[in-house]
Design a protein around this ligand. Structure first.
Ligand code: SF4
Length: 459
């Protein structure tokens, strides 16, 4: 009973978050930066922040996460971090030779008000940025937003710094995959490949944060979108951006900067959202859907119809990032499950909350939604009336344990399991995996709780 002090009495709180369902902006910015080939993320702030950002990513992906810091001390905190960043840029290019340095700010440097573009221009003027190398930046004040905003900001910066339009359109589609796992990015690219579409995906953390153990350390792994490819995004015939919160800003920036029309859709989690991805790609690229994808779809439909009785009417509590939560809610509703409690820690706005309410309007019983909300409130709702299943990041396991509720780990961060960075949950194949996970959780519980008479060999 680790959370034994959680009460059922709910009080309106405006100035206090307890057990937040989010983390800080630089973590998302760092994750996005790692999706550029040869990129060294740089945290402009103190070593404490940077150590936390790196360890959060390392613990989730079980991979060493490369980053640098301006290592603010008291002096920099008072007089600004220009000298530290200038020195850091010089050191990084001299010692570690990255293609790109991606600078993000922390709460401290934001509060001081360091002007990063001015500092980078000074570094360039002083010859600290070698020919053919880049320093990009984004602002990530963590007292607003969350890691999702940090990801969105850095992804948009890739457009701001790199995308160019030559006036000659290529038959390429830009894919902005959203804040998903490296394996999800791989799966989205595979689906586009099945459709015969040439794509540029950014960011792309596949093969960076889910690479193989080869016995050799590579400072800059094979994966990631190259700077050349990023430049070409401005000549693509269209952009398909997945997840309005994480990918929308970059897609709109690219449209505004290079006149590349964009479609912003849900993360392709579940049957209908995957249909939407494939249909959007089909229309934007003018291609036909191959039999291979229709086959995968049929397999997923088969599992849903075979096992529908176990999904039907089950009450679910969901915690996570807004794009993930919206797509998962739609998926659960399509399975006739009942998302009863929904929380996202990211301040995703009224429009987002309205979309969630619209999706759940026909769900039987009261659906409680809080955007942004915290896990204390979520736990209190559960104490008042339990659910059959919990879906969320590792922090939800305390509630799952205290309340004895089946739990599926999904989202960010997952600190105590592996698999999330290798086995996708997007697309039809990912949907099948999610269905399996939901069924395993529900049926394991049924097995555990059945009396000897009810205990079934074939369920
Ligand atoms: S001080 Fe700000 S940037 Fe640093 S770890 Fe905390 S929330 Fe993140």
């Amino acid at each position: 009973m680790l959370l034994r002090h959680t009460t059922t009495e709910i009080k309106e709180r405006k100035a206090l978050t307890v057990n937040p369902a989010k983390t800080c902006q630089p973590i998302g910015a760092m994750y996005a930066s790692l999706g550029i080939h040869g990129c060294l993320p740089h945290s402009h702030g103190s070593q404490g922040c940077y150590a936390y950002h790196r360890s959060a990513l390392t613990r989730h992906y079980k991979e060493p996460v490369l980053a640098a810091t301006s290592a603010f001390t008291e002096g920099a905190s008072v007089f600004g971090g220009q000298a530290n960043l200038l020195q850091a840029i010089d050191n990084m290019f001299t010692v570690y030779n990255p293609d790109v340095i991606a600078v993000h700010t922390t709460c401290l440097s934001e509060t001081i008000g360091d002007d990063i573009p001015q500092i980078v221009n000074k570094a360039r003027a002083e010859g600290k940025v070698p020919e053919g190398k880049y320093v990009i930046h984004t602002n990530t004040p963590s007292y607003v937003g969350s890691h999702v905003d940090g990801f969105a900001n850095m992804t948009r910066s890739m457009v701001d710094y790199f995308s160019e339009s030559t006036g000659h359109k290529e038959k390429t589609i830009n894919l902005i995959p959203g804040y998903v796992e490296p394996c999800d990015m791989e799966e989205i690219r595979r689906i586009a490949g099945e459709l015969g579409i040439r794509t540029i995906m950014f960011p792309d953390t596949s093969k960076v944060l889910n690479g193989p153990m080869t016995g050799k350390y590579r400072m800059y792994p094979e994966g990631g979108v190259t700077t050349d490819a990023l430049k070409k995004t401005g000549d693509s015939m269209g952009t398909v951006a997945m997840g309005a919160l994480a990918s929308g800003p970059a897609a709109r920036a690219l449209d505004a900067k290079c006149k590349v029309p964009c479609e912003i859709i849900d993360l392709p989690i579940g049957l209908h959202a995957t249909d939407m991805l494939i249909d959007t790609l089909r229309q934007v690229a003018g291609v036909n859907v191959p039999e291979s994808l229709t086959f995968e779809r049929g397999q997923m439909v088969d599992i849903i119809s075979d096992m529908h009785q176990y999904f039907y009417g089950k009450r679910v509590g969901l915690v996570g990032d807004p794009d993930q939560v919206l797509a998962l809610t739609k998926f659960l509703v399509s399975l006739d499950m009942c998302p009863a409690y929904i929380i996202t820690g990211t301040p995703a706005g009224k429009k987002y909350e309205k979309a969630l309410r619209e999706v759940t309007k026909d769900v039987p019983g009261e659906v409680k939604i809080k955007v942004p909300g915290d896990m204390l409130l979520f736990h209190q709702w559960i104490k008042q009336e339990p659910v059959d299943l919990l879906i969320g990041n590792t922090y939800v396991k305390y509630i799952a344990r205290d309340e004895d509720i089946p739990f599926i780990r999904h989202g960010f961060p997952i600190l105590d399991r592996v698999g999330h960075s290798y086995f996708p949950t997007v697309g039809y194949r990912g949907g099948m995996r999610l269905l399996e996970k939901i069924l395993d959780a529900l049926l394991d519980r049924k097995d555990r709780d059945s009396t000897d008479i009810e205990f079934e060999l074939v369920m």
